[in-house]
Write a protein that binds this ligand. Structure first.
Ligand code: 5GP
Length: 194
């Protein structure tokens, strides 16, 4: 997605050869127009897949997921990372190792918002080692629902997440695929789209 790649080039900050900071439009300040385009692109890529619900994880997955949900006309459920007094019913949980925080945490979704009739698009902001995506897929499966695929805003293709997910049979649609962050420079995977 060219608009996203341009934004990454202009406003992304390479923190190391493993980590990209995009606080200017996705992880802290949010660019609503870009989010709308991202949501539309996910909707177009999954329009024929019978998606009934989108599942994401707080907090940075929510903006792109809501825009996709708006365009697809389906509800959006976000997994919580922290315990809440109001999140008590019929909990579906998974343990996720956070790439950026380097700690293990429990993520949770109430089973009241997912059923075995759901066909779910999982959306997240970044794909690195695939832990967040696998945790969300596990929660979807605990509800008896099925996974239509994964919609990723920024994939770091030099890390193993995509390969792991594809090996398990999941479809991964990433809007920007980063080949390398070496020497403070973002380079993208060259893609030939049909
Ligand atoms: P994974 O679970 O695939 O290892 O990592 C994905 C999660 O870690 C995303 O939800 C995202 O919050 C965070 N993450 C991974 N790599 C980066 C990165 O380079 N920059 C930012 N801002 N977040 C990242």
């Amino acid at each position: 997605m060219e608009a996203l790649k341009r934004k990454i080039e202009e406003e992304g900050v390479v923190l190391s050869d493993q980590v990209l900071k995009v606080d200017a439009f996705l992880n802290h300040q949010i660019d609503p127009l870009l989010m709308k385009k991202i949501g539309d692109e996910f909707a177009a890529r999954f329009e024929k897949d019978g998606v009934t619900k989108i599942v994401t994880i707080e907090s940075s997955g929510i903006a792109p997921a809501v825009m996709a949900g708006l365009q697809m006309g389906v509800p959006v459920v976000f997994a919580r990372k922290h315990k809440s007094l109001t999140l008590t019913d019929n909990l579906l949980t998974s343990s996720v190792y956070s790439f950026t925080k380097q700690t293990e945490s429990q993520i949770a979704v109430s089973g009241n918002h997912l059923s075995d009739q759901d066909h779910v698009l999982i959306i997240d902001d970044f794909l690195a080692n695939g832990q967040a995506a696998l945790g969300l897929a596990s929660i979807v499966k605990q509800a008896g629902a099925s996974v239509a695929g994964l919609g990723i805003v920024i994939e770091k293709s030099f890390q193993p997440g995509r390969e792991e997910l594809v090996k398990l049979g999941y479809r991964v649609e990433s809007l920007a695929r980063i080949e390398s962050l070496a020497e403070g420079k973002v380079s993208f995977v060259q893609e030939v789209r049909s």
